[in-house]
Design a binder for this molecule. Sequence first.
Ligand code: FES
Length: 136
Amino acid sequence: MSTDIYAEEIVAHYEHPHNKGKIAGADAEFHDFNPLCGDDITIYLKIKDGKITDAHFDGTGCAISVGSASMLTDILMGKSVKELETMGVHDIVEMLGIEPGPARMKCATLPLKAAQKALFVYMKKDPPSASNEPRV
Ligand code: FES
C-alpha cells in the first residue's frame, strides 16, 4: 500500500473511530495526555485469564492520536497481557503503516502508553521506565 492509503486509513479511523466509549466495569483503565497539546486519551480494558477480551478508548486528540487509539483497540482484543506489556514504537509504526515524524510520534504512541499504564496499574507494577515511553 502507498503511504497515502495508510494516511487515508488513519483519517478514516479518526472520522469513524472503532471501540469509542467507556467500558462499564473495565478491569483496567488509564487516562493519559499529551502535555504539548493538551489532547487526552483514556483506555479501558477487560481482561480475563491473561487475555484482553475488550478494549475501548475515549477522549479527544489529533487525527494521529485518535486514529492510533481506534486501530490499537482493534488489535488489542485477543492479545495476551504479556503481548501488550512488550509492545513498542515499532508495533505502532507497523500498525499505522507509516512512520510519523518525531513531532507526531508522541501523538501516535499516546494510546499505547495509556494502555500499558492501565495494565501496569492492573498488575500493580511500576511503569516501564522513568521516561514513561512505550517499550521499543
Ligand atoms: Fe495532540 Fe497529537 S496534537 S496528540
